[in-house]
Design a protein. Structure first.
Length: 334
């Protein structure tokens, strides 16, 4: 089966070379992410391996179907970049890597939380400017805070474990609470979590229900000076409302590894001026907003595991026509 691979990094190529030796899969590597502009470059492939900066909307799915593509293998846990309903309607299959290394994302989440709480961005800027004073650097200890986790699945639970290690009081909310998480947090109603938490972690998938779950209304319910950490999906957050809340001091800090319009720049080299997004520019200029370009997953262990599972998914389609990791929910662009 010929597979077109999106977003492969140079250090990952040896994993594909190894896989080719088995003789059942062969790979071609795409230079640009898949979207309406690049879909015409797809030729003679039965399967695609997709990264989250690819965008399979209905139009792209229709083109892929015409070109004979049968399998879309997301190399990620999140699948909100694929219009799954359209893919199914066109008779294609779509799978994901439901979990690879929740620890990778959870550790990065805690890193971002600590960076915000200890004013690390401001501290580095001061040192770079030869200012070694304490002014503006008084931080907060994670272990003394009430931490609210929205989404208590694999990553949410791993973050809660770490938060418990720090000694934080951990609250959780999830439309489908689970027993494993109940041992790591106190489940409360969502609005109660928003009201009580000093720091809020987003670990839920992006769905029509969760789109802009953090917006003007929910920001208004949060404690004055609360901190928000988003390492899940950009679309969970209304970025304009967050910027406004930071400017008004209502929000005490914001760390984000994901951004709603990140497809315009993530995995590319661009100056801030070239990114035509005043909200993003304003956020990056702030000391209390910490950004990383969707790298929470990016550790050696996680990458190896993601590619292994993706290749196993494709081999399962090849041999049985089905896959245990077929996407189950009709999550699509919102
Ligand atoms: P999971 O499926 O194990 O857990 C997700 C949890 O969220 C479930 O318990 C589910 O019931 C809950 N949920 C669903 N809708 C919700 C809502 N509206 N509000 C609150 N909770 C809701 O997924 P996992 O592995 O924990 O991943 C969570 C998300 O993290 C993924 O969907 C993905 O978007 C994001 N992610 C980000 C990465 C990064 O590099 N920044 C890497 C991997 C995942």
């Amino acid at each position: 089966m010929k597979v077109r691979v999106y977003g492969a990094q140079p250090d990952e190529l040896r994993l594909y070379e190894e896989a080719e030796k088995q003789g059942d899969l062969s790979f071609v590597f795409a230079k640009a992410p898949l979207n309406e502009e690049t879909v015409q470059e797809v030729q003679d492939c039965e399967a695609l391996i997709l990264l989250t900066n690819c965008q399979v909307n209905e139009k792209v799915a229709e083109e892929l179907s015409k070109k004979g593509v049968k399998y879309l293998a997301c190399r990620s846990a999140g699948t909100d970049h694929v219009d799954y309903a359209a893919v199914k309607r066109l008779g294609m299959c779509c799978c994901n890597v439901p979990f690879y290394a929740p620890e990778a994302i959870a550790e990065h989440t805690i890193l971002m939380a600590l960076r915000v709480l200890r004013h690390e961005k401001k501290c580095s800027a001061k040192v770079a400017a030869g200012d070694y004073t304490l002014e503006g650097l008084k931080g907060r200890q994670l272990g003394q805070l009430t931490a609210g986790v929205l989404g208590t699945g694999r990553i949410g639970r791993t973050t809660m474990n770490l938060l418990n290690g720090f000694g934080a009081r951990v609250l959780g909310w999830d439309p489908y609470p689970n027993d494993a998480a109940a041992k790591l947090c106190t489940y409360v109603e969502r609005d109660e979590l928003l009201k009580q938490s000093d720091i809020i972690f987003l670990h839920c998938p992006l769905t029509p229900d969760s789109y802009h779950v953090i917006g003007r209304e929910t920001l208004g319910m949060m404690k004055e000076g609360a901190v928000l950490i988003n390492t899940a999906r950009g679309g969970l957050v209304d970025q304009d409302a967050v910027l406004e809340a930071l400017e008004r001091g209502r929000l005490g800090g914001f760390a984000f590894d994901v951004y709603e319009n990140e497809a315009a720049f993530v995995r590319k080299k661009k100056t801030l001026a070239e990114i035509d997004d005043p909200t993003f520019q304003a956020l990056l200029a702030r000391d209390d907003a910490i950004y990383s370009p969707h790298v929470a997953f990016y550790t050696d262990g996680a990458i190896y595991s993601m590619i292994e599972v993706t290749l196993a998914n494709l081999r399962e389609y090849l041999t049985t026509g089905q896959c245990r990791n077929e996407v189950k929910e009709e999550a699509g662009p919102v």
